[in-house]
Design a protein. Structure first.
Length: 275
């Protein structure tokens, strides 16, 4: 991409975009972002960045006021807002990844938009190497059945890219990725491992409470004490931080083979009074 057309003033309404820009050393191009971007990318606190509400409540006036040349958001996005942003002459990039391949494409696209395509390719290669390294260590191991959820009320299974990471970490994903399910349906599948990574909850999912409320005390994962919380941004932010989520998944699924990982918390059996 010609240097004349690279984005120099970027508004990030999607945390993954902020993380991707950080990974290629281009946070200096961010002129505005949401508080959720700050949550997953602490480095941005030291920069002169305008904080706007989330992508569904940020006003077009707030966005246009910082004079961006590129706005990056998740789709579906407010149709009226997109139209107004485009009318102002600002480019709009909507992200809607489902798989790891989609995430690699987003990294390449964002990196190219700021003139650092080579750095983006290196970030992608590093992610792929890390994932393949874990996969090679788990390939011959017995497979545990793993249920991962990204939300608790209603229960929504984690996205397809998490299912891919579960497989790389030595597990077999239970249920349909990204789909709503029920406590009874999960109980009937009787997974060996349960992972909760609720959007926006950080590492504060109340594991003991959800087990009690859902009457999951008889589930294999609960009896074995294999119920975990993984930090939200490690699994739900489609960006290079997923590698940290992969390490946490590997430690949860194959705890004998992988060390305790940052962002991973296990249920306290004594508080559940099980067995």
């Amino acid at each position: 991409m010609s240097a004349d057309h690279t984005a120099r003033r970027v508004v990030c309404l999607q945390p993954s975009a902020t993380v991707i820009l950080a990974s290629i050393g281009r946070l200096d191009r961010v002129v505005a972002c949401t508080k959720y971007c700050v949550d997953v990318c602490q480095e941005i606190k030291s920069l002169p960045v305008t904080i706007v509400p989330d992508s569904w409540t940020a006003s077009t006036a707030q966005i246009v006021a910082v004079k961006p040349d590129l706005v990056i958001a998740a789709v579906p996005y407010q149709e009226k807002a997109v139209a107004e942003i485009l009318k102002s002459g600002v480019r709009f990039l909507g992200l809607a990844p489902k798989t790891l391949a989609d995430i690699y494409t987003d990294i390449a696209t964002i990196s190219g938009s700021v003139g650092l395509a080579d750095q983006g390719e290196e970030v992608i290669s590093t992610m792929q190497r890390e994932i393949e390294s874990i996969r090679s260590q788990t390939r011959e191991k017995p497979r545990l059945r793993v249920f991962c959820e990204e939300w608790g009320k209603p229960i929504i299974a984690s996205q397809p890219w998490v299912a891919e990471l579960v497989e790389a970490a030595g597990g077999e994903f239970v249920g349909t990725p990204g789909a709503e399910t029920s406590a009874a349906a999960v109980q009937a599948q009787d997974p060996d491992v349960v992972v909760a990574a609720w959007c926006g909850a950080g590492d504060r999912v109340p594991l003991e409470k959800i087990i009690r409320d859902r009457h999951w005390e008889g589930m294999a994962a609960v009896k074995a004490g294999r119920v975990y919380c993984i930090r939200d941004e490690f699994l739900n932010t489609p960006a290079p931080t997923l590698v940290q989520g992969l390490r946490a998944l590997a430690a949860a699924i194959l705890s004998e083979d992988f060390p305790q990982a940052p962002g991973l918390r296990c249920i306290t059996k004594t508080r559940l009074r099980i067995g």
